[in-house]
Design a protein around this ligand. Structure first.
Ligand SMILES: NC(=O)c1ccc[n+]([C@@H]2O[C@H](COP(=O)([O-])OP(=O)(O)OC[C@H]3O[C@@H](n4cnc5c(N)ncnc54)[C@H](O)[C@@H]3O)[C@@H](O)[C@H]2O)c1
Length: 329
């Protein structure tokens, strides 16, 4: 398959590119090395590991630029996998307009280009955050998701609605993949697991919000890649039923913040200095995926538990730290 992948230099995008190339797909990657969340040097490193791989082409560009979106989609890939976005809940409270522009307008640009050029398969990276603070657990795709708790979450829900809209109006089959906190090698450095690991390793205080009882459904990167690849195939083959489908992709197990810190401490062999802080606006008390639908329709079955996943993440963290002792974060 020929796949146009946005966000290809990012954490999930670069990992997905490697997986797709390994199975013989062609990937045209797009990324603008956005600096909002973390330094582009990490993205350069992610891409360096893909350079020269057969079937891979990369364009540095911005999907907000209609000409860029048009030009890429006019090559008529078999599917567009839209991972490019401004991610992260907390920074979206500081810059809601930028999040709105990149995540909603950017998604619309790509859907419009698909409509104009007859590209009929579109996958969108959504988020568990769309469920907000008031959904019952575990979260199911048919829950209303009508009250997202942050601007970021609202942009992701809006992206899903645009996918649904384009599937209703035009011959475009869409899938919205609700990722639940993804971690593993190359994880974004500002995300909790990566940040806690770095701080504990350096003997610095770890800011923890709330009382440690908040819980997250953590998903190891390889499980997410299994789910995304299966969703690409399912979306390509879908001929009947709803043209827009939503799938939860989670680990389907929860871990409290307190337990997460203990696991990182154990993997590093170091104790954390805890700096307790009040709850953060926009954060939700729990995320927990019901993955029955993804299991039935995509054959999705998460395999890496948090204990093994943290150990594998810390091992990667140590390796890359040794490679770049003077990194800026
Ligand atoms: N990592 C998670 O836990 C998680 C959870 C839920 C949803 N998601 C979603 O999955 C996707 C990938 O997340 P990630 O963790 O790999 O984040 P990431 O920040 O590492 O990757 C996103 C990439 O998109 C690129 N990008 C941003 N704006 C762009 C633009 N205008 N044009 C071109 N490229 C642009 C960025 O430079 C970045 O490399 C995002 O859509 C995110 O919202 C991630």
């Amino acid at each position: 398959m020929q796949i146009l992948l946005t966000g290809a230099a990012g954490f999930i995008g670069s990992s997905l590119t490697a997986r797709l190339l390994a199975r013989g797909d062609e990937v045209l990657g797009l990324d603008n090395f956005d600096e909002t969340l973390y330094p582009p040097a990490q993205k350069e490193r992610n891409l360096a590991s893909l350079a020269g791989r057969p079937g891979f082409r990369f364009l540095r560009g911005d999907f907000l630029d209609e000409k860029v979106a048009e030009e890429l989609v006019s090559a008529r890939p078999d599917a567009v996998v839209h991972l490019g976005a401004l991610a992260g809940v907390r920074p979206s409270l500081e810059q809601p307009k930028r999040y709105q522009k990149v995540n909603i307008e950017g998604t619309l640009n790509l859907l419009e280009a698909c409509r104009a050029h007859g590209v009929g398969r579109f996958l969108f990276a959504s988020s568990s955050s769309v469920y907000g603070a008031h959904s019952r657990v575990p979260f199911h795709e048919d829950d209303p998701a009508a009250r997202p708790a942050s601007p970021y979450a609202a942009t992701k829900r809006a992206g899903e609605l645009l996918c649904s809209n384009y599937s209703d109006l035009y011959p475009i089959v869409t899938s919205c993949l609700r990722f639940f906190t993804v971690y593993g090698p190359r994880q974004r450095p500002e995300m909790a697991i990566h940040k806690f690991t770095r701080l504990i390793d350096a003997g610095l205080p770890v800011p923890l919000f709330g009382d440690g009882s908040t819980a997250r459904d953590y998903t190891f990167i390889e499980d997410i890649l299994d789910g995304v690849v299966a969703a690409i195939d399912e979306t390509a083959a879908r001929k009947s039923g709803e043209r827009c489908r939503i799938f939860n992709l989670g680990g389907s197990r929860t871990t409290t913040l307190k337990r997460l810190v203990e696991l990182i401490e154990a993997a590093l062999g170091k104790r954390a200095l805890l700096d307790w802080q009040p709850d953060q606006p926009g954060d939700v008390p729990i995320t927990y995926a019901d993955v029955t639908r993804a299991g039935a329709e995509l054959g999705y079955s998460p395999r890496v538990g948090i204990e093994e996943g943290i150990a594998r993440f810390v091992s990667w963290y140590r390796d890359q730290k040794a490679e770049k002792e003077d990194a800026p974060w």
